[in-house]
Write a protein that binds this ligand. Structure first.
Ligand code: GUN
Ligand code: FE
Length: 454
């Protein structure tokens, strides 16, 4: 297949590229083979050929292509409580809301109902790749991987491990550390099998919930499993003061060192949140190839803090963006792109204008994220974090596309044609679009969502 239209993407951090009236040729496997620019003398012949073959898809007037988003941190069983109870502190939100909800995913039929809706809603917002934390149940989590494969969403997915009887309710936890490790081994096998037949791919992720919910035995067992299988690892790290203090008291060291010593920090391990990450810990992340999932919305609630993304980047740490449903209220990566920009501005200056500037606690110049940098986090940054060839329109990368119509009855992003440079168009799309502006979504070269056909 071939796709003709105008596309935005960010091959490099800090800048964007506008491919105007470009032709993108995609192979049978859904990977990009060639990008032919409008001023390339070969474009006309290439266009004629795919037109004749009937394999051309034209985005059309007033439509723009963006890469599919890569959401690198989202809790699938928390979808029914998105937007709820965010006034609670993390530990109470977990005990009173989240654990009772997640425990319902013992019922696989209920899980399938929720997960089918979640995957559809994410695709409808342009998220073609998602890194999920499932519930603590093996069966429901495998069902999620199957639903993603059916719907065409690329998935990395883990069964959440939480085995400590002192930290978790009896009605919702792993029966023992051995059982948790065995279930994780089974999950790895089953998701790898699904991945072999899924077009866009499915990968298992070793998923201790966070240190406070896990015993030493299980953390060690999962670290060994990570070593022996090379599977991805994900967890929450350095999210809030409460967690920070609990871990320090238990191990005499902070989350990153404790996780490292259990063998859980490896290349492409994904650490969610990290607002407390020190420079020294950051250097270790960079050396090991560990990635940070920046979750700006959730951090505003449960961390009451902002992660210094620009510092992470300048330290050479991989950083992607996560919605963190339901610590973050929105399933939309657009919303989180916006939030990442906004909170970075507060971190730059500090928030309390009642104080003299030098006492506000801002980190100063170089701290803010530009809109384009935030767009990179949601696309190429996520791909880099996962070590997968995704999220830019370059040969060899998976072709994941969202088609944006800038003129919808209730969401007109055309700006009356006054400011109409590529950056203006891109800014309107990123800041102002609604799910209705996203008309089609392709994953690995295949149409997975078509709102025009509804
Ligand atoms: N820490 C442990 N579990 C969770 C969770 O479900 N969400 C968030 N944001 N933090 C956590
Ligand atoms: Fe989370």
């Amino acid at each position: 297949r071939a796709f003709y239209g105008s596309f935005f993407h960010t091959p490099e951090y800090g800048s964007f590229e506008y491919l105007e009236r470009a032709l993108i040729e995609v192979g049978e496997d859904g990977a990009i083979e060639r990008v032919i620019a409008h001023d390339d003398p070969n474009q006309a012949a290439a266009l004629a050929k795919v037109r004749e073959a009937g394999t051309l898809y034209e985005l059309g007037e007033g439509r723009f292509g963006l890469p599919g988003f890569v959401d690198i941190h989202i809790h699938s069983p928390q979808w029914p409580q998105a937007a709820l109870a965010l006034d609670e502190p993390l530990y109470r939100w977990l005990d009173e809301r989240t654990f009772p909800l997640e425990s319902k995913f013992a019922d696989v039929d209920f899980a399938k109902k929720v997960y089918s809706d979640l995957v559809d809603q994410l695709l409808a917002r342009g998220s073609t790749t998602a890194v999920y934390l499932g519930s603590a149940h093996l069966e429901a989590t495998v069902a999620l991987a199957e639903i993603c494969a059916e719907r065409g969403q690329r998935t990395l997915v883990g069964k959440t491990v939480m085995d400590d009887p002192k930290a978790n309710p009896d009605y919702y936890r792993d029966a023992s550390p051995e059982q948790a490790v065995r279930d994780t081994e089974t999950l790895i096998r089953e998701v790898e099998a699904i991945g072999r037949k899924s077009r866009a791919g499915a990968w298992p992720v070793i998923t201790p919930r966070f240190i406070p919910s896990c015993t030493d035995e299980v953390l060690r067992g999962l670290g060994n499993l990570a070593e022996s299988t090379g599977a991805y690892v994900q967890t929450h790290c350095n999210e809030g003061q409460w967690e920070h203090d609990v871990v320090l008291e238990r191990f005499g060291k902070t989350d990153p060192y404790a996780l490292r010593d259990f063998g859980l920090l490896r290349e492409h391990s994904i650490m969610a949140h990290c607002p407390y990450l020190t420079e020294e810990e950051g250097e270790m992340f960079a050396e090991l190839g560990v990635a940070v999932a920046h979750c700006p919305t959730a951090n505003s609630y449960f961390s009451s803090a902002v992660a210094p993304v620009q510092r992470f980047r300048s330290q050479g740490i991989h950083v992607g963006l996560g919605t963190d449903i339901s610590g973050g209220y929105s399933p939309s990566m657009y919303e989180n792109i916006r939030q990442a920009v906004l909170v970075s501005r507060l971190l730059e200056t500090g928030v309390n204008a009642q104080l003299p500037p030098e006492e506000r606690g801002g980190l100063g110049e170089g701290t803010r994220l530009s809109l384009v940098e935030s767009f990179w986090l949601a696309t190429a940054g996520g791909a880099e974090a996962l070590g997968l060839p995704l999220a830019t329109f370059e040969p060899g990368r998976a072709f994941d596309l969202q088609v944006i119509d800038v003129k919808r009855p209730d969401s007109d992003l055309t700006g009356f044609g006054v400011f109409d440079e590529p950056i203006d168009r891109l800014a309107r799309i990123l800041y102002l679009s609604t799910p209705d502006n996203v008309r089609q979504v392709f994953s690995q070269g295949v149409l997975v969502c078509d709102k025009d056909a509804r």
